[in-house]
Design a binder for this molecule. Sequence first.
Ligand code: AMP
Length: 224
Amino acid sequence: MSSVLYLIFLGAPGAGKGTQVERLAAASGLPHVSTGNLFRENLQQRTELGLLAESIMNAGDLVPDTVTIDMVRDRLARPDCAGGALLDGFPRNLIQADAMAEMAGAAAATLQAVFLNLDDTECMNRITGRRQCRDCGLICHVRFAPPQVDGVCDQCGGELYRRDDDNPATVERRILAYYRETAPLLGYYHALRKFLTVEADGAPDQVAVRLREALAGLVEFAPE
Ligand code: AMP
């Protein structure tokens, strides 16, 4: 088997992709590549890409494929991705999935999709209380995983904020975009026999254990 591994995390907004991938990155040494975080970083730095993405993200729609694919290609070409990457939020439609397949082919990488399965009501509950650190990107939840100090990141002391696109109207559009554009990827990877499902209900620790079990043999974990 190839030693380069691209793991693709699928799941509705709020299913826990960011939280779980961040943990998995720490446990495996594979970098967390989140297209949402890359767009938000670009926005914070007021780059051309960030300004292009801003209104689209705030509306809950998808950023055009060409710029998104180019951004991921650049990111995966960086040295820290030489052994692979954990992709969170990409691919998000069939065009991006085809581009991902091509990138995996060029890197002689193994591709595997992991679907975090959670029902919509629970996704909504998670999103409405979600807070993210402006500096390190850590995700917490005001009720389910509260920070030790209100508004302050446990990991780096940065400011916790509610994402602009986590308001109910935008979330509704993001969920629609998910079902229209991204859900077809479940069948796409299933047909390729590159698909596994992890139940994403319960506490982050419980999901992390299930994920680790599901990935045993595929991912090398650092000793705990
Ligand atoms: P996320 O952090 O994954 O929830 O993404 C936040 C927003 O960034 C999405 O609602 C989209 O507007 C944009 N975005 C993230 N990833 C992609 C992608 N692969 N393709 C297009 N737009 C994306």
